[in-house]
Design a protein around this ligand. Structure first.
Ligand SMILES: NC(=O)C1=CN([C@@H]2O[C@H](COP(=O)(O)OP(=O)(O)OC[C@H]3O[C@@H](n4cnc5c(N)ncnc54)[C@H](OP(=O)(O)O)[C@@H]3O)[C@@H](O)[C@H]2O)C=CC1
Ligand SMILES: O=CC(=O)O
Length: 341
């Protein structure tokens, strides 16, 4: 494995200097265990860049892959809808026709897919990523899925002799563009250490949480809280308006108090205008609520607030709001979506 990106050094983005967790990002390339990527191992002197694969170029995958390319990584992309690869190819990415071809060609491959079904399909389906994996390679699934799905993928990946890391991200479209994601990782520690420099290009911090499933669980708990917060915020905005207050002033008041949250300040003004430019699609938020409720069910943890919020996201979906931002959940509380009294 040729993970010696010394040529990247002059192109390190500024945010590395602010990163509280990582130190110099490419340092770990030089302390790689020879076993980490044994099939293609090269000596430190070879200084050839690693080949990095990226599968899934949606709202998140595209800017993440773009940041890798801009940092000087040798990136190879694949996406189900081919045209989404074109801007990245223009920036210098290689293109392969299937996930299998990407993993055959690359030392380490990231996958950013919509949901459990697509993550399994791309990893384990026909011409799937697992077919191109072998000892010495790594597969990092950064999609938001449940722990059971992640374990299924991890088991098949490891059966090829490759290493597996689940690494869902917290942070939306803008943090992805700015390389400010938070990685919630679990699985093979050796792979975590090897890909840390790539995570540091795409993110501002990273957590290693142990066994496969823990990264997925952390992500689902965080998004369960986020989904409930957004539903509650929506109720507040509409109630304030109905009692004659200016909801824009509510956004301002909230921003100055203990319940202030960047999410409210960022999305509040457009919600007041009833516009929902998509950063995090509502269908994905509902998927995360559903998976979080399943996680809670598996350990008999009551989550009545999240369960109620999930119903609201389901109503929003049924009214055609799936591809709008998840803040469009507020629309489901408006009279035309409510059953008559
Ligand atoms: N957007 C956000 O703010 C955040 C999203 N996430 C999570 O990241 C993941 C991706 O989100 P995001 O980029 O927003 O989603 P998008 O819907 O924009 O992209 C989804 C990607 O999955 C691909 N895909 C979907 N179904 C299949 C399939 N059956 N086979 C192959 N590929 C498929 C799509 O391909 P195609 O282009 O062909 O449709 C696309 O590349 C989700 O799990 C989401 O929950 C996590 C943090 C933040
Ligand atoms: O998963 C969504 C996010 O904003 O994080």
């Amino acid at each position: 494995m040729a993970l010696l990106c010394s040529t990247f050094v002059p192109q390190i983005p500024n945010h590395f200097r602010r990163n509280p967790i990582s130190s110099f990002p490419f340092k770990s390339f030089f302390s790689l265990s020879p076993k980490a990527f044994s099939s293609n191992a090269v000596s430190k002197e070879d200084k050839a860049p690693a080949r990095v694969g990226f599968l899934g170029l949606g709202i998140m995958g595209s800017p993440m892959a773009q940041n890798l390319i801009k940092a000087g990584c040798d990136v190879t992309v694949w996406n189900r809808t081919k045209r989404k690869c074109d801007p990245l190819i223009s920036l210098g990415a290689n293109y392969k026709q299937s996930p299998e071809e990407v993993t055959s060609f690359c030392d380490v491959t990231f996958a950013m897919l919509a949901d459990p079904e697509s993550a399994v399909d791309v990893a384990l389906g026909k011409n799937g990523a697992a077919n191109g994996l072998s000892p010495g390679k790594g597969y990092v699934d950064v999609s938001t899925v449940d722990g059971v799905t992640s374990k299924v993928i991890g088991k098949q990946v490891k059966a090829t002799g490759a290493l597996f890391l689940e690494a869902p991200v917290s942070g939306s479209k803008k943090p992805a563009e700015d390389g400010q994601l938070i990685f919630l990782t679990a699985g093979d520690k050796a792979l975590y250490e090897t890909v840390a420099p790539f995570l540091d290009i795409m993110g501002k911090s990273r957590f290693y949480l142990g066994d496969i499933g823990n990264g997925a669980a952390m992500k689902l708990v965080v998004n369960m809280i986020m989904g409930s917060m957004m539903a509650s915020f929506s109720e507040g905005l509409l109630l304030s308006e109905k009692v004659g207050l200016d909801p824009s002033v509510l956004v301002e008041v909230v921003s100055q108090g203990a319940i202030s949250a960047p999410m409210f300040s960022m999305k509040g003004p457009s919600m007041v205008q009833a516009t929902y430019p998509t950063a995090f699609p509502l269908k994905h938020q509902q998927k995360d609520m559903r998976l979080a409720l399943g996680l809670a069910e598996s350990v008999s943890q009551p989550t009545p607030i999240a369960a109620a919020a999930n119903e609201l996201y389901k109503v929003a979906k049924s009214h055609g709001l799936s591809d709008q931002d998840f803040s469009a959940v507020m629309e489901a509380l408006k009279p035309r979506f409510q059953p008559p009294n």
